[in-house]
Design a protein around this ligand. Structure first.
Ligand code: SF4
Length: 293
């Protein structure tokens, strides 16, 4: 059996950078006797979160910071790493009030969206964020403005656009949504609004992985999609593989491998933007071992 990896797969620049910053913070904290937390899970991948935990990087409950409803650990003498999604300004202030030092690992692309949102708001535009209102990145950008609103698809877009028809609106997309979904919202706003501007904030990382997967499908008989079950971009890779007509499996670890997967002559592997390299390596090694049995 031949195993072929996608040309582009696995962790994106922003997540890789955040993980490196968290590990560097943990090494320094161990030296000076501090504790390290991340503001929510750093990566949408349970194995990567467990590996960080073993390295001394713990997860802080973001809701406890934002709502003050849950009990918090003592944050004096701690370092809190802000994940690639970013965080609301109020959460950063609260962390500092509670005594934490902050290492900001917000992805530079997300920082750009936060800055755009602030600038448009200061200039009098109504900021409209297009994406999932419960996603950390959207919650973070929202928390960098005082009046931005979120639109999660055509139905909400229509309701909002009808109300805002005389208001100049600036549209900013969540970095990980699909261009087609953004385009559908843009079209609705264009039909209803007199003045609007659209920012191209979708990150190419997801698209690059999708494109590499489609190319891979032309050269293999089945595909393994590696990544957390809670990772949206990994789920989308799986859907694309099925749409390419491929037998495909979404797996998290080598434990999810099944005997039927080695019945193919050529099997492709790709991984979502939050999947660490070590998991892909483990899966490839385990597949080879299975074929040798
Ligand atoms: S997907 Fe893009 S925007 Fe999001 S963390 Fe990765 S590099 Fe940054």
């Amino acid at each position: 059996m031949q195993i072929i990896r996608a040309r582009v797969l696995g962790m994106c620049m922003g997540v890789r950078r955040a993980e490196e910053l968290a590990r560097a913070a943990a090494r320094e904290a161990a030296r000076v006797g501090q504790r390290v937390y991340t503001y929510g899970p750093l990566i949408h991948n349970p194995q990567a979160v467990a590996a960080l935990e073993a390295f001394g990087v713990h997860v802080l409950d973001t809701k406890a910071i934002e709502t003050s409803t849950k009990e918090l650990p003592d944050l004096k003498n701690t370092v809190v790493v802000i994940r690639a999604h970013g965080a609301p300004l109020a959460a950063l202030s609260r962390l500092q009030e509670l005594g934490a030092s902050i290492v900001d690992a917000t992805c530079p692309r997300v920082i750009k969206s936060q800055r755009l949102a602030r600038r448009y708001e200061q200039q009098g535009w109504q900021v409209v964020l297009v994406g999932d209102p419960h996603h950390g990145e959207i919650e973070g950008i929202l928390g960098h403005t005082s009046s931005a609103i979120v639109v999660d698809g055509p139905t909400t877009a229509l309701q909002v656009a009808e109300k805002l028809k005389d208001v100049p609106c600036a549209l900013i997309a969540q970095t990980t949504i699909r261009q087609e979904d953004y385009d559908a919202v843009i079209e609705i706003f264009q039909t209803h609004l007199k003045t609007m501007t659209v920012e191209k904030t979708i990150c190419p990382a997801t698209r690059e992985r999708q494109k590499a997967l489609v190319d891979l499908c032309a050269h293999v008989d089945a595909v393994l999609i590696v990544g957390g079950k809670n990772s949206e971009n990994t789920k989308r890779l799986y859907t694309s593989a099925i749409e390419c007509g491929m037998p495909a499996w979404h797996i998290e670890t080598a434990d999810d491998l099944k005997a039927e997967m080695i019945s193919f002559e050529r099997i492709g592997i790709t991984a979502g933007a939050s999947t660490p390299d070590f998991i892909v390596d483990e899966i490839q090694k385990a597949l080879l071992t299975m074929t040798e049995r």
